[in-house]
Design a protein around this ligand. Structure first.
Ligand code: IPE
Ligand code: IPE
Ligand code: MG
Length: 253
């Protein structure tokens, strides 16, 4: 099985194959120490490294990390600049290792609006890992779920206007393929750290039937142990997708 296969293999252990994380709490981590908010972000990058390293060993095949939202431009310019700097630093320092370890990288989100040097490094990360297939790392950067749906709708509208497809051809699957996450299955598990319990415009379409966990830990303190706890919690859930539970169907006829 490669990362391109969309279905969970039969008889596979009940591990969430696609985990998505809203990495929240960097600012509070710093504030609690009496430090400026942006000091939390490099600590957040350390947590990213730990999780990317541990995820394949925990049975995860696809990992999607929310790093910068379309709304995060509202932050002070110095903090935004720090996040941009850290993305570049992360790619520059870790790309060779990701290439070696078979990690395929995809950056979700709008390229327009990114500073040219950031856009360039994002493209390099994708290009150099394009042929990898051991593990898939998606980083949502300048990403918003609504913007992503709007962009997909525009792409579909162009195809209709050009006469290549008819409105009736637009199905769930057709539309889903045009989202920036196209080609990957939806996340089984969404984790948001820091205690906040909201999506904040992350994977709006894709998380329709995801399970959610909200560990009470700030992102810079997140370890592989917290990831394992999230997976254990996921394994207690029962996913129904709107259907009925098999036992109940038998009981009620
Ligand atoms: C998440 O941590 C990182 C980014 C959004 C870039 P925050 O910076 O949102 O941390 P809090 O929520 O202010 O603590
Ligand atoms: C969501 O967190 C974005 C990322 C973690 C990258 P925010 O901290 O921006 O979300 P709100 O403002 O608390 O909803
Ligand atoms: Mg936050």
């Amino acid at each position: 099985m490669t990362i391109a296969d969309k279905e969970q293999p039969k008889g596979a252990p009940d591990v969430p194959l696609h985990v998505a994380i809203v990495m929240d709490g960097n600012g509070r981590w710093a504030k609690r120490r009496g430090l400026p908010r942006q000091v939390g972000h490099p600590k957040g990058v350390d947590a990213i490294r730990r999780v990317v390293e541990a995820a394949p060993d925990q049975g995860i095949r696809w990992l999607t990390l929310y790093a910068f939202s379309t709304e995060n431009w509202r932050r002070p310019a110095g903090e935004v600049a720090e996040v941009m700097r850290l993305l570049k630093l992360y790619v520059n320092s870790d790309l060779d290792k990701l290439v070696r370890e078979g990690v395929k990288v995809r950056i979700l989100g709008r390229r327009e609006g990114l500073p040219p040097d950031v856009a360039e490094i994002v493209e390099r990360a994708e290009r150099q890992t394009a042929h990898n297939d051991k593990f898939f790392l998606q980083v949502a950067f300048n990403y918003g779920g609504r913007a992503d749906i709007v962009d997909a709708a525009r792409a579909v509208a162009v195809e209709v206007a050009a006469g290549r497809i008819a409105p009736e051809d637009i199905t769930d699957a057709f539309f889903e393929d045009r989202l920036s996450t196209g080609g990957l299955p939806s996340p089984d598990l969404v984790i948001r750290t820091s205690g906040e319990q909201r999506l904040s415009n992350f994977l709006l379409w894709e998380s329709a039937y995801s399970e959610f966990v909200f560990p009470d830990v700030l992102w810079p303190d997140f370890t592989p142990h917290h990831l394992a706890e999230g997976i254990a919690e996921f394994q207690k859930r029962e996913r129904r997708y709107g259907g009925a539970v098999a036992d109940d169907v038998l009981a009620t006829g």
